[in-house]
Write a protein that binds this ligand. Structure first.
Ligand SMILES: Nc1ncnc2c1ncn2[C@@H]1O[C@H](COP(=O)(O)O)[C@@H](O)[C@H]1OP(=O)(O)O
Ligand SMILES: [Mg+2]
Length: 234
């Protein structure tokens, strides 16, 4: 059977960030068995915010898992700058664990503060309880898992905390890989990495606890009461 595709010319982007091609692939990923690779895609993360016109909360997420671990990802913000710089709309951030990130500079968040980011549209009593336990100096409520990961990568927030089972593997595989490639740590509320293998259940049933480069993830996680962690069993 012969398949024919006609690609609309406007869809083809020829001016892209080439820096990824200059990177040396970490040795452990130079030869992987294709059967060990799973790609998770969220074509529109931040749906609720999108419907409300909060366009900069929206991202397109691609995550690549090898033997269950999130190792590479892309977070594309199609509407980045739509209010301030509509002529250069959008930005694409990518990361490969062991190699680094491209598209933005990873930053360490300010010392002496604790700025947390979390959901603005999927709030619950447990979400609030977890945030209060950390005694933050500020809470940034925005939409989208990709968007929140970017706030942490850019050092605008110290941590992304979500005591809920609402996110799915396609929401977090890409963000986890990019944040960890940027020097951060992205785990569940027990401090464990999710598995992104082909047979896993879709919900991130143990919540999200992700910290920026330079933040002591284990120390911060100790402030979450055990009873709250127990509300998210394996
Ligand atoms: N309770 C939920 N029900 C459905 N999707 C959820 C829920 N909680 C989180 N998500 C998904 O995880 C992303 C991050 O959550 P939030 O924006 O609330 O912080 C959301 O954009 C949404 O993905 P999506 O928008 O692709 O449906
Ligand atoms: Mg999503």
């Amino acid at each position: 059977m012969k398949l024919c595709f006609k690609v609309v010319q406007d869809w083809i982007v020829s001016e892209v960030d080439q820096s990824v091609l200059a990177l040396d692939c970490p040795p452990q990923y130079k030869e992987v068995n294709p059967q060990d690779v799973v790609v998770w895609v969220d074509p529109l993360d931040g749906t609720s915010e999108y419907t409300q016109g909060l366009l900069d909360h929206v991202t397109v997420l691609i995550g690549i898992a090898v033997q269950g671990r999130a190792v590479a990802g892309v977070i594309h913000q199609p509407y980045y700058g739509y209010k301030t710089a509509p002529d250069t709309l959008g930005r694409t951030i990518w990361g490969l664990v062991g190699s680094g990130i491209g598209g933005i500079q990873a930053q360490t968040p300010p010392k002496g503060e604790l700025i947390l980011t979390t959901t603005r549209s999927h709030n619950t009593a447990l979400v609030v309880e977890a945030l209060e336990a950390l005694k933050p100096s500020k809470i940034v409520r925005v939409g989208g898992a990709g968007h929140k990961a970017l706030l942490v990568i850019e050092g605008l927030c110290h941590a992304y905390v979500f005591a809920s089972n609402g996110c799915k593997k396609w929401d977090t595989c890409g963000p986890e890989a990019v944040l960890e490639a940027a020097g951060g740590v992205f785990t569940d509320l027990h401090g464990n990495h999710y598995s992104y293998g082909k047979d896993v259940a879709y919900p991130d049933a143990q919540g999200i606890f992700a910290t920026a480069k330079g933040v002591d993830h284990a120390e911060l996680l100790k402030k979450i009461p055990q009873a709250l962690k127990d509300a998210f069993p394996y």
